[in-house]
Design a protein around this ligand. Structure first.
Ligand code: NAD
Ligand code: UDP
Length: 316
């Protein structure tokens, strides 16, 4: 297949590009490098089937040639990033999504939208199934991300209805692994970096809020299953193993053998209290489920962070 991946230089995007190239697809990555990194593409730039075009998908851009699928991952994604770039986040979900939908329609390509569990906001229903409409504060600080993704889903569904476009929506739950940025502010990258660097782990609130963490390789398998299927979705992709933020901090400390303590900070506004995907639909329609246990995924992630060259030396 000839696949366009927007956001292909980012954390998930670069793993997806690699997996597509490995199976023999050709890949065109579109990225403005706002949070993506050239280093993430190190294993790809020499591949004959891979091409990277620096561009902002919210602006006009031109792509020549045939395309079989467009996968739209480009957006500020960590709370730190989207809170710092609120208008760009709204644009990526709205204008950016429409630009890529138009491209897919023109080339008769399948379009896959990377949506998010944030669609469900601070959920009043637990675990979250795809038929739950969510509980989002439309004007709170997180709304720039949540509502952009809700609009992105709406415009994707509207294109499908009005043009017959072949579209699919996946709702991605918290995913972690190598290539997360050490300072992206997300919980796994932050705790692992802090534990390795001998800093206290910054737990928000009392740490009783929950998340369900999916290892990146599992997530990428799910994305590819959705690219290959004709399903419209939405389909939840995530690992249903739920744990509190405090339990995560303790696991990271145990795994790294770190002597870092904990530092409790205020809970950010509208921080969801709990989150866990119901993945029945993914299991039944895509034949997908996560395979990597948290312990193994965290071990790979710790090893990758421990080897990063910019890591400060910690006195023993
Ligand atoms: P990331 O920040 O590593 O990747 C996003 C990529 O998009 C970056 O390479 C960035 O440079 C690029 N980008 C942003 N705005 C752009 C624009 N206007 N034009 C071109 N490129 C642009 O984040 P990620 O974790 O890899 O997330 C990828 C996608 O998956 C995002 O859409 C995110 O909302 C979604 N998602 C991720 C998670 C997760 O846990 N990682 C969870 C839910 C949804
Ligand atoms: N969190 C935390 N300490 C940190 C970073 C995050 O306690 O240094 C908490 C955050 O408040 C949230 C959870 O961990 O309750 C997951 O945060 P993340 O930013 O990874 O993802 P999201 O909030 O988008 O699920």
């Amino acid at each position: 297949m000839r696949v366009v991946v927007s956001g292909g230089a980012g954390f998930l995007g670069s793993h997806l590009c690699e997996a597509l190239i490995r199976r023999g697809d050709s890949v065109r990555c579109l990225d403005d490098f706002s949070s993506g990194r050239t280093a993430n593409l190190a294993g790809l730039l020499q591949e004959p089937g891979f091409e990277c075009t620096p561009c902002d998908i919210t602006e006009r851009f031109r792509l020549s040639g045939d395309i079989d699928a467009v996968v739209h991952l480009a957006s500020p994604a960590s709370p730190r990033d989207y809170l710092a770039r609120p208008l760009q986040t709204l644009a990526a979900g709205s204008r950016g999504t429409e630009n890529l939908l138009r491209l897919a329609v023109r080339r008769r390509a399948r379009f896959v939208l990377a949506s998010t569990s944030e669609i469900y906001g601070d959920p009043a229903v637990h675990p979250q199934r795809e038929d739950y409409w969510g509980h989002v504060n439309p004007i709170g600080p997180r709304s720039v991300y949540d509502e952009a993704k809700r609009f992105a889903e709406a415009v994707t569904a509207a294109y499908r209805r009005s043009t017959g476009a072949d579209t699919g929506i996946v709702r991605i739950f918290n995913t972690y692994g190598p290539r997360m940025r050490a300072h992206d502010g997300r919980v796994v990258s932050t705790f692992v970096r802090q534990a390795l660097d001998g800093e206290p782990l910054t737990v928000h609130g009392d740490g009783g809020q929950t998340r369900s963490l999916c290892y990146v390789d599992d997530l990428v398998r799910g994305l590819i299953a959705m690219i290959d299927s004709p399903l419209p979705g939405p389909v939840n992709l995530g690992n249903p193993t739920e744990l509190t933020v405090l339990e995560l901090a303790e696991r990271v400390l145990r795994l790294t053998g770190s002597r870092s303590g904990l530092r409790f900070l205020p809970l950010p506004e509208d921080d969801p209290v709990r989150r866990r995907p119901d993945i029945t639909r993914a299991r039944e329609t895509l034949g997908w489920q996560p395979l990597v246990p948290l312990e193994d995924g965290l071990r790979h992630t710790v090893a990758w962070f421990a080897a990063r060259p910019e890591r400060p030396k910690v006195p023993s």
